[in-house]
Design a protein around this ligand. Sequence first.
Ligand code: DQA
Length: 144
Amino acid sequence: MSKPIYILNGPNLNLLGTREPDVYGVQTLDDISVLCKQKADSLNLTIDFRQTNNEGDLVSHVQEAQKSACAIIINAAAYTHTSVALHDSLRMVDVPIIEVHLSNIYKREEFRHKSFVSPVAQGVICGLGANGYELAIEAVHKIL
Ligand code: DQA
């Protein structure tokens, strides 16, 4: 069986739906996971959709992806802007990496303009809400 796309979600994304809906929308993370599954099915791809609030777990999931995933789609949430450990783990992976954010981080506070993920990502999608995840799956499909 072919390897899944790891779709990795960072801290506080488990609260989507109630968390600042004006910024992040009203869809829950479960809603987004269903959208991703439908999109992947339509392209004959499989996904492994995960969320963690823990930086070390996110790093471990990236390390695991090196042998178990065909690509990584990652919304590292706040760790995007802070985590050298996450950056280092992504550097070591040689599958395609797409960075996703629901909000347009460049329209927001300056501390969100710095991403430790972007320098090691093949592409970045931000500001398109949940649709960004679907577009990222389409991108992986074209890249593979
Ligand atoms: C986010 C943007 C980050 O700045 C923020 O810390 C998040 C979510 C987004 O999807 O828009 O938690 O990654």
